[in-house]
Design a protein. Structure first.
Length: 329
């Protein structure tokens, strides 16, 4: 492991236990007994992930991690806390100071998993910061490996979204941002356990709530990588619905950013026309008929029409198709 992980805790037996745990996993760690000592390490080392206790003498963990937003903005921050301090922890997470939290006493497997997810997030941020087409597309393909049923999905969503953008006459810079956003729209799934993504049956309410966090998690990643507002909009809002019944913010109609509405049409169409473990893929025509039925519900009617017009121009649909049904005259 080339990326460095730093644990900060004023209790030596805690640091000893963590050091043993990660050594067994082949993951050596750095350690510090206070925020001040940790900040000294940050002056000498590039730290990928920091896990800090909250209740420490001097500077508390929340304050220390907040300071790191300036000192080392790309470092992924995890807060370790007791149940009694949970409200403070949740506030820190909601304000964007903290990526995850771990409750003491921790479960070893949970702690290792959280650090692994944090490292994946750090690698994502590092890649995104380069803003290179080949690298970003490769990242999207890597994300797809977490979900065996979505291979090629991000590239196809980008292709369909650009067809809509072209139909609307959007500028080259807008199209570039839509391509990036479409590639990266599911990047928040890096934080979703693979057992949930690959589960073949109906998800529990808890697991679905976890899935629903991926737009917010992904948006925070692309924000930290300083990608454009359009890219952030797509990642954050591609699961909003035109009727306001979507997530994470329940936006409706044109309150949903245009690029996100475009990506949503493209995303839904690719899902319909791709094989899934629970159903066969719909044909191009069958997918269009379902898109038509979703106008004004999940999808923007004008953008569905623009996509269908683009499909007809490219010969994927018969030009006499009207309202999702073929006219036989």
């Amino acid at each position: 492991m080339t990326e460095k992980v730093l644990f900060v805790d004023d209790e030596e037996h805690i640091l000893n236990a963590v050091e043993r745990l990660f050594a067994e996993k082949g993951m050596p760690i750095l350690r510090a007994a206070s925020a001040a000592e940790a900040l000294g390490i940050f002056q000498r080392e590039e730290i990928a992930v920091v896990v800090s206790d909250n209740q420490m003498p001097g500077k508390r963990g929340v304050e220390f991690l907040s300071e790191l937003k300036t000192v080392s903005p790309r470092t992924v921050k995890v807060l370790m806390t007791a149940y009694a301090d949970l409200s403070t922890t949740l506030e820190a997470i909601n304000s964007g100071e903290v990526y995850r939290f771990v409750v003491k006493p921790w479960e070893n497997d949970e702690l290792v998993a959280v650090v692994g997810q944090a490292l994946a997030r750090y690698r994502t941020l590092t890649v995104l910061a380069r803003e290179d087409d080949a690298i970003l597309e490769s990242l999207a393909q890597t994300i797809e490996l977490k979900d065996p049923y979505t291979r090629g999905h991000c590239a196809r969503v980008a292709s369909y979204a650009l067809m809509i953008a072209g139909e609307l006459g959007l500028s080259p810079s807008q199209c570039k941002d839509i391509r990036y956003g479409s590639w990266l729209h599911d990047c928040g799934k890096i934080g979703v356990p693979e057992a949930i993504l690959s589960f073949g049956g109906p998800l529990s309410h808890h697991d679905f709530d976890t899935i629903k966090k991926h737009p917010s998690w992904g948006a925070e990643v692309v924000r930290q990588a300083r990608l454009s507002r359009t890219v952030v909009d797509i990642v954050l809002h591609h699961h909003e619905r035109f009727d306001g019944q979507g997530y994470p913010d329940g936006l409706a109609g044109e309150a949903i950013p245009l690029a996100a509405r475009i990506a949503s049409v493209a995303d839904v169409y690719d899902a319909l026309t791709s094989e899934r473990p629970y159903r066969r893929a719909f044909s191009w025509q069958g997918g269009v008929e379902i898109l038509e039925s979703m106008k004004g519900g999940p999808l923007d009617p004008a953008l569905v029409d623009a996509f269908i017009a683009s499909l007809k121009k490219r010969g994927f649909l018969p030009k006499e198709t009207v309202g999702g049904n073929e006219s036989h005259g």
